[in-house]
Design a protein. Sequence first.
Length: 449
Amino acid sequence: MAPAAIMLAADAPKLSSANTGFMLICSALVMLMTPGLAFFYGGMVRVKSTLNMLMMSFISLGIVTILWVLYGFSLAFGTDSGSLIGWNSDWLGLSNIGLTELWDGYTIPVFVFMVFQLMFAIITPALISGALADRVKFSAWALFIALWATVVYFPVAHWVWGAGGWAYELGVIDFAGGTAVHINAGAAALGVILVIGKRVGFKKDPMRPHSLPLVMLGAGLLWFGWFGFNAGSWLGNDDGVGALMFVNTQVATGAAMLAWLIYEKIRHGAFTTLGAASGAVAGLVAITPSGGAVSPLGAIAVGAIAGVLCAMAVGLKYRFNYDDSLDVVGVHLVGGIAGSLLIGFFATGKGQSTATGVFYGDHTWDQLWKQCAGVGAVLAYSLIVSAILAFLLDKTIGMRVTEDEEIAGIDQAEHAETAYDFSGAGGGAARTSAVPAPVAEAATRKVDA
């Protein structure tokens, strides 16, 4: 063997049991985020929509898993074609991947990388569901997930993370999904709700969260699982970047929660539990693309800015008259945009990339323009294609339940179940059918039409 070949073989990555175990744990943490999201959304809807909201998240675990195994992984991370999509026929059905075959350039098996990315693919369409609460047929939603994952998520994941993808090659920084996950889902949510319309009684009837404790539980599970989502995206634990991301995830989330609460106290006069939970999620969203590129002080700035911007953005639906039921646009789209663009200001050049923002290095705007390109392209593509998918489904099988079913409750209409059984509450027939009054809605949602 020639000396160069000997050196090449010696330098080739080898399977790391430590990194493999770490990434399997991170994958499980990301999987937990989807049930956590279901709780978070489920507590924010009215009693009559609770089960449907839980199911709209939960069903993604089944649908996207099968699609990912069949062809999704190949489309997202296969050999690049035209910087737009990937393909690897050996990955169809995952039947031709060796158990110890390493992911290119890393010390973990392909199977481990595959399952970690699967969990991202699962939660992204589930994020969209919060904007559509109370009014979408479950069968239509399930079909939408399958179509959207295929024509939107898989290609966008390739753009951003796949070798040869145009955004990847341009140098757009997205550590763990600010563009591919949050802007993608937020823009899709906006596209769909513009097509299917508003809930019956929007801006007229009270639509308050029925269980704020459930919301807080969901937010806590999301926060916990997000450490796997973010720190795991470095695909190893060798050089400290994953640890930096872990720290920045905590720091930015805390800063965003405080910023949201301060804003709503000034604006509405109260510190609300819904504001605390929403602020935490806004911080998690914003630090997702940026946490590997900024310092902990930069993470405070990213979190605080995103917390205020998202708190302000949740009221836009009343001003512009679109019914984003659970503020997916206000939190995920706005938070994803904020986190992605702030990289162009706060990137230090010492983390995942040597690129620096306006406030560091040579004080150039180069990285900011790259971030703008990534944000704008993903937003436009997801918004337009999602609206087209919703329009086609609405004109064929119909996207919405009937008005009577919506008023009576989508849980009963679509699932023949209810979330809570009050028949054993006691006190006679008059009390057995009573439903407790909803918990007061957070002041951040009380925006005049």
